[in-house]
Design a protein around this ligand. Structure first.
Ligand SMILES: Nc1ncnc2c1ncn2[C@@H]1O[C@H](COP(=O)(O)OP(=O)(O)O)[C@@H](O)[C@H]1O
Ligand SMILES: [Mg+2]
Length: 327
């Protein structure tokens, strides 16, 4: 199921609670695809960053080679917020009159810890990785953070593009007004030996601001289009066969559906092997009960179960072995 899903897609998202195996399963899928000859970028958006631990090497905000055909990248939300705010404040500096710079600084200082800031910054980064990554890679695999915000994150591109759209419209109105005022002033300016150059510089500044906003809006729109394109992108939920994770998965699927994102597959990880002991068989029967609820709620979503293995999956070799279990 997973390999089939990955083969036909350009972007995969893995979501789910902490500890269920998102990093393991997403990395194994990425590795399997690279082994099939595709060029793959594996991206962690989880601040806990287990990718480096899994591959036993340092991974940062620039892609590093993890295996033949497989590069890895870890997005740091803190760093992303910092860079994002720097960009926003320099854009604001340009928009606002000099005397308001103090206000801009104060606003940005408050923004750092504002609710949703990390998500907005992270989303912009994801949008950038998608935009750039699709040029160089056949497949981008996202190992996402175990937050309950996944559905909200997926709804954000729409909100953010609407927001930037509003800003662009306001700029356009201001531009038109500025043009009229400039036109009115032209003749007399020329007579006076002119503020011509200043006005040109002003116009250039305006169009630069608009370019930034347009680029941003397009980036969000592209991400939005990619996320809702079932042929291009698949969202996979990884879960354990337990009561709460099952209920949460059903809820997450509903939330994502509301934002136009459909779940491409479910991975039930760490399933109890059969016939080992009476205890484990009982546990397995319990799992079946929970999975029945899952199947009834989400009957059309393909599912793959992966057995609990004896050891943690750490290192390239262990991951290669784990990847052979994927179908
Ligand atoms: N099928 C499995 N059997 C045994 N251990 C597993 C299995 N899948 C993952 N693990 C282990 O479980 C732990 C959590 O997995 P991880 O992929 O880091 O989860 P997440 O990214 O969802 O937090 C890791 O130590 C990993 O090696
Ligand atoms: Mg993880």
């Amino acid at each position: 199921m997973l390999l089939e899903l990955a083969r036909g897609r350009r972007i995969l998202f893995f979501g789910g609670k902490g500890g269920v195996g998102k990093t393991t399963v997403s990395a194994a899928t990425a590795l399997a695809m690279a082994n099939e000859g595709r060029k793959v970028l594996l991206v962690s958006t989880d601040p806990a960053h287990n990718l480096g631990h899994l591959f036993d090497r340092a991974i940062g905000s620039r892609p590093v080679k993890l295996s033949s055909g497989l590069d890895g990248l870890e997005l740091d939300p803190e760093e992303t917020v910092k860079k994002h705010l720097e960009e926003v404040s320099s854009a604001l500096y340009r928009l606002m009159p000099m005397e308001l710079r103090g206000e801009v600084d104060k606003h940005m200082e408050l923004s750092r810890d504002a609710p949703g800031m990390q998500e907005a910054a992270l989303l912009e980064k994801i949008a950038e990785v998608v935009e750039e990554g699709l040029k160089d890679y056949d497949l981008i695999v996202f190992d996402t953070a175990p937050s309950g915000h996944t559905a909200r994150l997926m709804a954000l591109p729409e909100m953010m593009s609407a927001w930037t759209e509003g800003l662009i419209k306001r700029r356009e109105k201001a531009d038109k007004f500025a043009a009229v005022v400039a036109g009115m002033g032209r003749e007399s300016d020329r007579d006076l030996g002119g503020k011509y150059f200043e006005e040109d510089a002003e116009a250039q500044k305006e169009s630069r601001i608009r370019q930034i906003l347009l680029r941003r809006r397009n980036r969000f729109l592209n991400l939005r289009n990619a996320l809702t394109d079932r042929d291009k992108t698949a969202f996979v939920i990884v879960l354990a066969a337990e009561r709460l994770p099952v209920l949460e998965t059903i809820e997450l699927a509903a939330q994502l559906k509301r934002t136009g994102v459909t779940i491409g597959g479910l991975v039930v990880n760490k399933r109890m092997p059969a016939g080992v002991s009476e205890f484990m068989d009982e546990r397995k029967a319990q799992e079946e009960k929970h999975l029945k609820v899952l199947a009834e709620a989400l009957p059309d979503i393909p599912r793959q179960d992966l057995l609990l293995v004896a050891h943690d999956v750490v290192g390239r070799e262990a991951l290669e072995v784990f990847a052979t279990r994927l179908e």
